[in-house]
Design a protein around this ligand. Sequence first.
Ligand SMILES: Nc1ncnc2c1ncn2[C@@H]1O[C@H](COP(=O)(O)OP(=O)(O)O)[C@@H](O)[C@H]1O
Ligand SMILES: Cc1cn([C@H]2C[C@H](O)[C@@H](COP(=O)(O)OP(=O)(O)O)O2)c(=O)[nH]c1=O
Length: 167
Amino acid sequence: MKLRPFSDRPRGVFASVDGPSGAGKSTIVHHLAQLLVANGEDVHVTVEPSTGPIGVLCRELTETTTGHTLACLYAADRYHHVETEIRPALEVGRTVISDRFLPSGLVMQRFDGIDPAFLWQINAEVERPDLAVILYRPVGRDPRVARGHPQNARPAVPGRAGRRGRA
Ligand SMILES: Nc1ncnc2c1ncn2[C@@H]1O[C@H](COP(=O)(O)OP(=O)(O)O)[C@@H](O)[C@H]1O
Ligand SMILES: Cc1cn([C@H]2C[C@H](O)[C@@H](COP(=O)(O)OP(=O)(O)O)O2)c(=O)[nH]c1=O
């Protein structure tokens, strides 16, 4: 017996780029998109928190909300982002690149003290990227820290301060 895809329609590739603030995510996403477009690909670049209503709420509440509330809010934004923006683009064959996605939710909310099992559970039905790129750099090498903005540093020890530290 031969397995056949459910549909003959070509589906786009979904890639995400995650990592600490200042690691170079948006730079890489920008250059990768330019290269792909130059190669004839139809590319859709997106970001999390998304630009949709729940993403806007995430950005608004990120300094005043913590823990389970924020974890659920980011997960809700992710489901809405996939449903309204990512999946429709993939279904018409576009390549989607997201600046932050599921790995940020797993790492950042872990820094905020949330049980990883709970984080996996609330993100269980989220679309998985075909390619998940994780950028990292040694603690203390953030150029913005060198320029005197320690609030941009990745926390050395995971904890509640981590999310506030904008890892
Ligand atoms: N490969 C690189 N080498 C040196 N500097 C870089 C590199 N990639 C990005 N940068 C610089 O580092 C800073 C943070 O990059 P950015 O892409 O905004 O990071 P992020 O999106 O992860 O916060 C920017 O000033 C950017 O110009
Ligand atoms: C997607 C996502 C982001 N975040 C946080 C990480 C960042 O502090 C913030 C996004 O800020 P942003 O300025 O977009 O990130 P960067 O500086 O890396 O370009 O949202 C979470 O806590 N959980 C998540 O699931």
